[in-house]
Design a protein around this ligand. Sequence first.
Ligand code: NAG
Ligand code: NAG
Length: 267
Amino acid sequence: MHLSFRLSHHFLGVLPLLATCIQAECTRQALLAAAENYVAAQIKGTVDLSSLPAPANVAYKENNADKDIKSGVLAQPLKVEYHRSTADTVACASYTELVATTPKPYVIGTQILHNATDMSVTLIDTIAATTGALRFDAAKTLQYFQGESWPALAASAQPSRELLRQTIDAYLDMWTNATAIDAIPWGTPCERVEGAAHVTPCTSGAPRGGSKTPNSMRRYVIDEVFGSANVLCSFTAIGNIPDSHEVRIEGGKVRYVHTITLSSMPK
Ligand SMILES: *[C@@H]1O[C@H](CO)[C@@H](O)[C@H](O)[C@H]1NC(C)=O
Ligand SMILES: *[C@@H]1O[C@H](CO)[C@@H](O)[C@H](O)[C@H]1NC(C)=O
């Protein structure tokens, strides 16, 4: 990378080349390594994020509210029994879903945003569901997640970024748009893990409009390799409710849907 920069910097084309060079540092490997370090930090519960690397005062959102990370869920050690991460090299961000049943049950969805120049973390954005959240039972959710298979997809089987983005948006639009359901490439089989509820087919219970308030504050992590589109949002269609939705697309069709939803905005 630095070699190609040196060779080319005499030419007028230097700026696009430099931009490409910088972009190239945000790799899947680096994003997924940082996500692993985040999980290790959650297990320790000491809010030491130097390995991510993140500054001690890194911007932090928990359940859609700005918060001091030292008073957040990362400050308590959790026995993480399941975790799975995806990487978005365009947004330079990752998404990690994790489940702990002890010492306190949690199902957590976290996006980690990086500065694409130096890979330092600029935001940790967490939806943390515990007892009282919508259909919450971490032990059951853990069982369902462990029964699934989310391998990396062969290049020929990977959905496009556009399909992933359109599908997760159509999914979140179903509450306000009566025909959004028809824009989703539902698979057979398709399984939805909604809190601790296991629903199949995924169209079962899917809304056809009805609400006037679109789901808002959508933040995306899209990973073609794992066929995953994740959005953290406010589920404003039914209230001001912190939420994470993720779809997995295999062979062009939705295979899994995961939702982590609080039951109301926490105080
Ligand atoms: C990203 O990191 C570079 C290098 O450390 C720095 O110059 C730049 O200001 C950072 N960008 C943002 C948006 O923080
Ligand atoms: C509703 O969803 C359909 C299918 O995605 C789309 O074509 C249409 O533009 C949407 N309508 C509105 C008002 O957003």
